[in-house]
Design a protein around this ligand. Structure first.
Ligand code: HEM
Ligand SMILES: *[C@@H]1O[C@H](CO)[C@@H](O)[C@H](O)[C@H]1NC(C)=O
Ligand SMILES: *[C@@H]1O[C@H](CO)[C@@H](O)[C@H](O)[C@H]1NC(C)=O
Length: 393
């Protein structure tokens, strides 16, 4: 039984491999050109067909991007000296709204590129492009640079508006259209991405900030709001609150630093809202820490204003923090599960807060009643800004 299943599985797999290869090989070009090698690229429904001439180190290729409608551009590029998009030596085809296709070359110098025509770091004696039933094909001859045969490659599709190419989307298909190509062996591979290190730094930035501004800060605020109602939690709630917020602030500053570094390393990319909220958060967080040192004594008559101020900035920081975690998740565009996980954490925190809120009111009202019956000057107030609720603070 196991053997038969194994056999069926092998047949199935080899069928899949053969049929995808056939999809690549069986394509008939309008000029009936025959290419000895063809690979289907892993994302964005694209194929690369080529003939390599070892005598003069040139390659004739056809890059085919399927499912393209008018008012879009497609591009395929070698990145000779670097990784990912920056440094890409691109063959571009603009498909105008009237259906005409304009081929040209463009050396991409940064993420802010407008994809202007320019010459590449190697010779491209021939470039031409067409669109046939939604397949955009760029035909070109490349004189491979410095006699090399194996390179990093990237490919992409984006919109054309008013005749000019616009920024492509940044979904996972658009970020993962990187790899390597060996024109001699016909091997293509993964790699050639924007260094695992950049992605790694983005993820570090995301985790640090989500944990600090997005989870620890709200927890610290909940401690301050709900724990102080319990007589046994005096003065512990205050120290727990300070400990959590100080940790959150420390982690948050580290996260903020990684954000600044990411921003300065990627000239030309601007996530203005995310950045401005980040700066505001840092300011608010710092303000809260200093405010703690400057707070009036509990019995000072100005203390109530300080309390109001401290709580308002605190709540503002938390809402901005949560907003910015979502903005960051949209930019990073990780697997959906991370967003779901964060939403799950928020829902749990909110559920706990709702329970404690109800419980707090219950306790406070009960105490008010008892106070009325026994002694008029009760020691423990509510979590409002009344008197006496924060001896420790
Ligand atoms: C209209 C011109 C273009 C603009 C404005 C643009 C903008 C961007 C931006 C902002 C990013 C993300 C950076 C980040 O995540 O921090 C990016 C990534 C990427 N772009 Fe472009 N791009 C353009 C053209 C191209 C072209 C022509 C190609 C390929 C031939 C390409 C391939 C890629 C790839 C593979 C990535 C992900 C890997 C990486 O970050 O290098 N882009 N692009
Ligand atoms: C390179 O060599 C091939 C065949 O050997 C030839 O067809 C092609 O025209 C040559 N290309 C250049 C640019 O010399
Ligand atoms: C189509 O539009 C482009 C850009 O607007 C223009 O350069 C080109 O001449 C037009 N082609 C035709 C066939 O109308």
């Amino acid at each position: 039984m196991g053997k038969i299943l194994h056999l069926l599985f092998c047949i199935l797999i080899s069928n899949i491999i053969i049929s995808s290869a056939q999809d690549c090989r069986s394509y008939t070009f309008t000029n009936n050109a025959i290419y000895a090698t063809c690979v289907s690229l892993p994302v964005q429904n694209s194929h690369l067909h080529w003939n390599y001439h070892s005598t003069n180190g040139t390659v004739d290729l056809a890059y085919r991007h399927t499912g393209v409608s008018t008012s879009n551009w497609v591009a395929w590029a070698l990145n000779v000296n670097g990784n990912g998009m920056v440094g890409a030596q691109a063959l571009v085809a603009l498909v105008h709204s009237n259906g005409s296709v304009q081929p040209y070359t463009s050396a991409v110098s940064g993420y802010g590129t407008a994809l202007q025509p320019s010459s590449l770091s190697f010779d491209v004696p021939v470039i031409r492009a067409e669109i046939v039933n939604g397949d955009v094909v760029i035909y070109a001859t490349l004189v491979l640079p410095s006699g090399g045969t194996s390179f990093n490659q990237v490919w992409q599709m984006g919109p054309v508006s008013n005749g000019a190419p616009g920024a492509h989307p940044l979904g996972s298909e658009n970020r993962n259209s990187v790899g390597t190509v060996d024109f001699v062996s016909g091997q293509t591979g993964a790699g050639g991405g924007v260094g695992g290190s950049l992605l790694h730094r983005r993820n570090t930035h995301g985790v640090l900030n989500a944990v600090s501004w997005g989870i620890l800060m709200p927890m610290g605020a909940m401690v301050a709001r709900y724990l102080r109602v319990f007589k046994v939690a005096h003065p512990a709630w205050f120290y727990i609150h300070v400990a959590i917020q100080a940790t959150a602030y420390g982690v948050g500053v580290a996260g903020w630093g990684t954000g600044l570094k990411l921003g300065s390393d990627s000239e030309g990319i601007k996530y203005t809202t995310h950045r401005n909220i980040g700066i505001t958060l840092f300011a608010f967080g710092t303000l809260q820490v200093f405010a703690l040192l400057l707070r009036p004594k509990p019995d000072n008559k100005y203390r109530i204003y300080w309390n109001i101020y401290h709580a308002s900035i605190g709540y503002a920081t938390i809402s901005l923090g949560i907003t910015n975690v979502f903005k960051g998740l949209d930019i990073l565009d990780p697997e959906k599960k991370w967003k779901h996980a964060y939403i799950g954490v928020l829902i749990s925190l909110a559920a706990i807060a709702a329970l404690l809120e109800a419980f707090t009111w219950f306790i406070v009202l009960k105490r008010k009643k008892e106070e009325k019956q026994q002694e008029p000057n009760g020691a423990y107030g509510s979590n409002g800004y009344g008197n006496g609720h924060s001896q420790a603070a």
